[in-house]
Write a protein that binds this ligand. Structure first.
Ligand code: NI
Length: 160
């Protein structure tokens, strides 16, 4: 297992736009593996995007604990959005904060898997929230930018 350091809000890297992956090299596969390790290791992480470990590539990993398990996305595109839902979001890069954010209720997303094969996924509920949140990281957008009425809550960090 290898963990990477999580970049924290205030670091300008989180505000940059990530570049597409043009070739799935061993380095990209290692990045995916390390991102998943880091996500599972960090408290309650359900998603992580490459800029959060300091790599400006269009890659993210999610696992919301549903039947899909871990899903890796390379060069994702959200191709369809429907409805709205509000969810109280947090982020490994914004420790001690959460906020209500409005997201689509249902989405379709297209991406490459680690073999370079294109797949399309329909997601709703928490999985849709998580994918939209991670996709925003690739654009340099954080959930706090989208807080409803600008309300950002401070939450107590619990050590386990
Ligand atoms: Ni995040």
């Amino acid at each position: 297992m290898s963990l990477r350091n999580v970049v924290i809000e205030g670091d300008p890297i989180l505000r940059k736009k990530s570049r597409p992956v043009d070739e799935i090299t061993p380095r990209i596969l290692k990045l995916l593996d390390d991102m998943a390790d880091t996500m599972y290791y960090e408290n309650r992480g359900i998603g992580i995007a490459a800029p959060q470990v300091g790599v400006l590539r269009r890659v993210f990993v999610v696992d919301v604990g549903d039947e899909h398990g871990k899903i890796e996305f390379i060069n994702p595109e959200i191709t369809y959005r429907e409805g709205t839902q509000t969810f109280c979001e947090g982020c490994l890069s914004v420790p001690g904060k959460n906020a209500e954010v409005e997201r689509p209720e249902k989405i379709k997303v297209k991406a490459l898997d680690r073999e370079g094969k294109e797949f399309e996924l329909e997601a709703d509920g928490l999985l849709a929230v998580c994918i939209c949140h991670e996709y925003d990281h690739l654009e340099g957008i954080l959930f706090i930018d989208k807080a409803i009425n600008g309300v950002i809550n401070t939450v107590e960090e619990t050590e386990e």
